[in-house]
Design a protein around this ligand. Structure first.
Ligand SMILES: C[S@@+](CC[C@H](N)C(=O)[O-])C[C@H]1O[C@@H](n2cnc3c(N)ncnc32)[C@H](O)[C@@H]1O
Length: 249
């Protein structure tokens, strides 16, 4: 198993080291992703998504065109489709097997005509400009080339669009950090025996989250791109955060 890439940014072209980290962490895990993310976060993944939905519902106008980045198996995507029955949702994800799960679910649930699944990295996805009035994600900020993503978001967003972007974060409190580290070690021991395809996740995720500066650098990048009302909310002792912003109307 190679080490996760936690070095500084590259200066030429899209920085794909985050994508390589994502594949180290999540490659081959699509089939049981939903169960493991729920168990390994002690149910927090679902609570964080519910918190994001509350923020989305708080807006007076329901979204019509939603872009869900790193849509994965579609856990967040389907919650949004249920919460906003008039919207169309486009999900973008790097991994074909994750998208196959999401696409299959959209067909089973009669939502195929309300969804578009694009198999691509968010750094070089070709999407219509000035289109989306809500952009969401769970877990892309730490992996993405954020300067490039901020520019892409500006191009893809319609005037007045809102961003609700979530990811894990590295907690400042040493006790909470120690607890998280131990949890990852515990999960690593568990999956080595019973779910070897998850070893890459629990070997690498803690270090990738610890090295990421997304929760301090992405807000300023969004502001530099032109977004306003940028705000970061830390959740559960800073173990996760949600970054919100708006494109002026
Ligand atoms: C942990 S999963 C999250 C899935 C979904 N958002 C959820 O909350 O259920 C992270 C997803 O990010 C995707 N991903 C990572 N880097 C990406 C990138 N640069 N472009 C597109 N997708 C990416 C991975 O393929 C994976 O499906």
């Amino acid at each position: 198993m190679s080490e996760p890439d936690t070095s500084g940014p590259d200066t030429t072209g899209p920085d794909t080291r985050g994508q390589a980290n994502a594949l180290r962490i999540l490659g081959g895990t699509a089939d049981d992703y939903d169960r493991i993310v729920d168990l390994s976060t002690g149910g927090l993944d679902a609570r964080w998504k519910e918190w994001m939905l509350e923020r989305m519902r708080a807006h007076p106008a329901a979204p019509t065109q939603v872009l869900d980045l790193a849509s994965g198996t579609g856990i967040l995507s389907f919650l949004i489709l249920e919460a906003f029955p008039e919207c169309h949702l486009t999900g973008v994800d790097l991994q074909e097997d994750y998208q196959a799960v999401a696409r299959g679910r959209s067909e089973q649930r009669g939502l195929a005509d309300r969804t578009t699944w694009i198999h691509n990295a968010v750094e070089d996805a070709v999407l219509p400009e000035a289109t989306y009035d809500l952009v969401t994600t769970c877990y892309i900020p730490k992996y993405a080339d954020r300067p490039l993503l901020a520019e892409n978001l500006w191009r893809w967003c319609a005037p007045g669009a809102r961003l609700v972007l979530h990811d894990f974060a590295h907690p400042k409190h040493p006790g909470v950090d120690r607890y998280l580290f131990k949890q990852h070690q515990l999960w690593l021991t568990k999956v080595r025996k019973s779910h070897p395809h998850w070893v890459g996740c629990f070997e690498n995720l803690y270090d990738v989250v610890k090295a990421s500066t997304w929760n301090t650098d992405f807000g300023p990048l969004l502001e530099a791109a032109g977004f306003v009302d940028v705000s970061l909310t830390e959740l559960n002792h800073g173990t996760a955060a949600v970054l919100e912003a708006r494109k002026p109307s």
